[in-house]
Design a protein. Structure first.
Length: 120
């Protein structure tokens, strides 16, 4: 069975004859778990025991066509130029983000003030 999660209550798809078929279906659905039921049969073909095992299939190597499609889907579109309103918005925003200029300090007055504080 292909499973959406490692839980028997999760969505399941199947049954399949082989684990490979279940893995393929899980990949198609975007799921990452496969549940394998193993039936123990007696001499008459009656099921005597059922074991369950969850596993995550390994990621197969991608074909060149799949890689090309993936690269195409991940490629970002070329940016378009800004219109006049957007230019004005960003210019205003940048001006607002500038720090306030530091006040000018007269060095002679600053030195005299320091000396006065030190000498008391």
């Amino acid at each position: 069975m292909a499973c959406a999660a490692k839980d028997e209550q999760a969505e399941q798809s199947g049954p399949f004859k082989t684990a490979e078929e279940a893995e393929a279906q899980a990949r198609k659905l975007g799921w990452s778990w496969v549940l394998v039921y193993t039936h123990a049969l007696d001499d008459y073909g009656t099921i005597t025991d059922v074991t369950k095992r969850f596993y995550q299939p390994t990621v197969p190597l991608r074909t060149p066509e799949e890689l090309a499609a993936l690269r195409h889907n991940l490629r970002t579109p070329d940016p378009r130029p800004l219109n006049h309103e957007e230019i004005l918005f960003f210019a205003t925003y940048e001006i607002q983000m500038l720090p306030e200029p530091a006040p000018r300090v007269d060095r002679t007055k600053f030195k005299a003030d320091i000396k006065r504080r030190i000498n008391g």
